[in-house]
Design a protein around this ligand. Structure first.
Ligand SMILES: NC(=O)c1ccc[n+]([C@@H]2O[C@H](COP(=O)([O-])OP(=O)(O)OC[C@H]3O[C@@H](n4cnc5c(N)ncnc54)[C@H](O)[C@@H]3O)[C@@H](O)[C@H]2O)c1
Length: 248
């Protein structure tokens, strides 16, 4: 599954699933560019990759801000000269029942989870098409994008939209050997889920056939496979990594 010589860009790579993806792609031999809103935590992950013998670049970028996707891809090209793999991982939640949901909570979640992924994909496709050597775009969705969830209308709409973006883009760039897929995690142990009260966590676990939350490394393993040559004939798909809690 070697990614030697490949350049990967991971949004939201400073912690959680994005951090695990950055480490895993680097382990497979890719040079990794990772971003977060603040440089310091992203730089820490880049340093760890370099300490393990890999190549990495940390960039401060706000995926919700319209100019930052282009700036991020430009930073990647400046440092490594090409881009082969984009992982749209950055995501936020602003939960609330719809009757009480504020416009700014709706807008913030759509802007990072969906608009940001669209802008990063558009920016990344320019060098990928120019390189004429194919490419990989992997969007991190969520099980709730297929299943729905109470109190997450903004997040569910964004993740369902991301699946639509995945399928449309997959058809648009397939003739150029660029594959576009989504990985849809279920409940994964990260800071995003750390705030779930124990009783509710236990209730969720009873709905998961494998009887536990997943790990960020388990999501990263699926991303690494989709990024690899072995996944060359997979495009426009949603791969669920959810312990069996839901299937399409
Ligand atoms: N943890 C789960 O159970 C779970 C389940 C399904 C899907 N997901 C998805 O996986 C992805 C990662 O989730 P996580 O659990 O690791 O979350 P997390 O909150 O631990 O990490 C999110 C990452 O995104 C970055 N980020 C957030 N807003 C950003 C912005 N505006 N610009 C740049 N970077 C930004 C953060 O700095 C961080 O690196 C998200 O897209 C999330 O929706 C997570």
């Amino acid at each position: 599954m070697s990614l030697a010589g490949k350049i990967a860009l991971v949004t939201g790579g400073s912690r959680g699933i994005g951090e695990a993806i950055a480490y895993r792609l680097a382990e497979e031999g890719a040079a990794v560019v990772l971003c977060a809103r603040h440089l310091e935590p992203a730089a820490g992950v880049a340093k760890t990759i370099e300490a393990r013998g890999g190549q990495a670049l940390a960039v401060a970028a706000d995926i919700g801000a319209s100019a930052d996707a282009d700036r991020l891809v430009a930073a990647c090209l400046d440092r490594f000269g090409r881009l082969d793999i984009l992982v749209n991982n950055a995501g936020i939640t602003r939960d609330g029942l719809i009757l009480r949901m504020k416009d700014e909570d709706w807008d913030a979640v759509l802007s990072v989870n969906l608009d940001g992924a669209f802008r990063c994909a558009r920016a990344a496709l320019r060098p990928m098409l120019k390189q004429k050597q194919g490419g990989r775009i992997i969007n991190i969705g969520s099980v709730v994008g297929s299943m729905g969830n109470v109190g997450q209308a903004n997040y569910v709409a964004a993740k369902a939209g991301l699946l639509g973006l995945t399928k449309a883009l997959a058809r648009e760039v397939a003739s150029r050997d660029i594959t576009v897929n989504a990985v849809a995690p279920g409940f994964i142990e990260t800071e995003m889920t750390a705030g779930i009260p124990d009783a509710i966590k236990q209730a969720h676990v009873t709905q998961i056939p494998l009887g536990r939350f997943g790990t960020a490394a388990e999501v990263a393993a699926t991303v690494a496979f989709l990024a690899s040559e072995g996944a060359a004939y997979i495009t426009g798909q949603v791969i669920h990594v959810n312990g069996g809690m839901w299937s399409s």
